[in-house]
Design a protein around this ligand. Structure first.
Ligand SMILES: O=C(O)CCC(=O)C(=O)O
Ligand SMILES: [Fe+2]
Length: 378
């Protein structure tokens, strides 16, 4: 992989965000909301020209507790149609007036298969009410009021995010802010991000396409985790699928046995008898039923290579069976939103101590040698 391609792939992965937001123009006639008050009066509200008083009427209907009314709202027309693979369920209508806010929370899954939420912000005059998202100590703020102010055509704004993203709505400082929230479900257990490609999806694809020829072969899934890929990991899998790049999930055991070896395995290392012994003997015990396809020694680019000449003959004998010739080289691009597994054993030293082999889940994308690649039309 050339330096530029590496930089581009790494950049695409680094830029990933756990949400997708934007603004889109909508024909006037689709900006209507029908609602009923106390089950009797039906009202139609046209957001493309709704005035303050009409919005206030909606606000009063939706805030029965505050205004002492027994109102209820029903929405008879959805604004969105859904892409194949993702089911959208209209969940609720929020109308926020001055000083209203939504404190930080994560949306609770309403039923199995819910992947996230979509918030559609309707074009009403308002200030404040910024939408803040948080994940992994990162924070993003979207000011929809500003987006509407800059829009020249009737538009709606939206933000879709995964279920594990915390979000809040800051206080509205003037006007009314109206949103529709939708629950998003994958229709199939393994629906993909290609159904709603995000900028990350496109950037990643563009970066990987620069490898321009790929081997065509079916990918191998390892472990059950592959069916639970989330967010950016799922996007990487989808892009690989589209480009016919082989990928698999593996456990990476980095620097085991005194920092010497890096191993990729299809399963957690098992130590049958975790009694006190040298870590190499324990590793030998853990590996001895496994083939090189189950556990492979690799060279991580940029890390010290194993110097086989310095190994004791007995270690060399068992370990060399787990290295291809030449050894598979692995370039680490970005940490996966991953899980780790621990295999404890009793280490041998001046006194017995509890040691462990620690593996982290990682996604391996195979870049096969040029001669075995196929031209791909993308
Ligand atoms: O109104 C919004 O912008 C979103 C509200 C929200 O997060 C929710 O209803 O769960
Ligand atoms: Fe929410």
């Amino acid at each position: 992989m050339s330096r530029q391609v590496y930089a581009k792939v790494a950049q695409a992965l680094r830029n990933r965000t756990p949400f997708h937001s934007g603004i889109c123009t909508v024909p006037d006639h689709q900006l209507s909301l029908y609602y009923s008050q106390g089950g009797i009066t039906h009202r139609r509200l046209d957001f493309s020209k709704a005035g303050e008083d009409e919005l206030e009427a909606l606000y009063r209907t939706c805030k029965p507790a505050t205004f002492g009314r027994n109102g209820e709202n029903s929405i008879t027309q959805g604004l969105f149609t859904c892409d194949r693979g993702v089911e959208m369920e209209l969940y609720k209508l929020n109308v926020d007036g001055k000083d209203d806010f939504f404190k930080p929370h994560k949306d609770t899954p309403r039923r199995i298969g819910m992947v996230g939420s979509l918030v559609v912000v309707l074009p009403t005059q308002h200030e404040g009410g910024q939408f803040v998202l948080r994940k992994d100590r990162k924070e993003w703020t979207i000011d929809f009021a500003e987006k509407f102010a800059a829009a020249t055509e009737p538009s709606i704004c939206f933000v879709a995010f995964f279920g594990d993203v915390e979000h809040e709505v800051l206080p509205v400082t003037s006007g009314y802010r109206v949103t529709l929230t939708y629950n998003l479900y994958y229709e199939t257990p393994h629906a993909t991000s290609s159904y709603f490609p995000s900028p990350v999806h496109r950037d990643l694809k563009e970066a990987l396409v620069e490898l321009h020829e790929y081997a065509c072969s079916s990918h191998k899934f390892t472990g059950s985790l592959v069916h639970q890929l989330k967010g950016p990991d799922q996007i990487l899998a989808d892009v690989c699928d589209e480009l016919n790049l082989r990928y698999s999930l593996k456990l990476l055991y980095k620097g085991i046995c005194g920092d010497d070896f890096d191993l990729l395995t299809v399963d957690q290392l098992q130590v049958d008898d975790p009694v006190e012994c040298e870590s190499e003997e324990t590793l030998w015990d853990a590996l001895h039923d496994l083939t090189i396809d189950d556990a492979e020694g690799i060279e991580i680019l940029g890390r010290c290579r194993v110097d086989f000449r310095e190994l004791e003959q007995s270690t060399l004998n068992f370990l060399s069976a787990y290295y291809r010739r030449p050894p598979t080289q692995v370039l680490e691009l970005w940490p996966m939103s991953s899980v780790g597994v621990e295999t404890p054993y009793v280490g041998y030293g001046n006194e017995a101590s509890l040691d462990m082999f620690y593996g982290t889940a990682c996604m391996m994308v195979a870049i096969d040698p040029a001669e075995s690649r196929k031209i791909l039309n993308v």
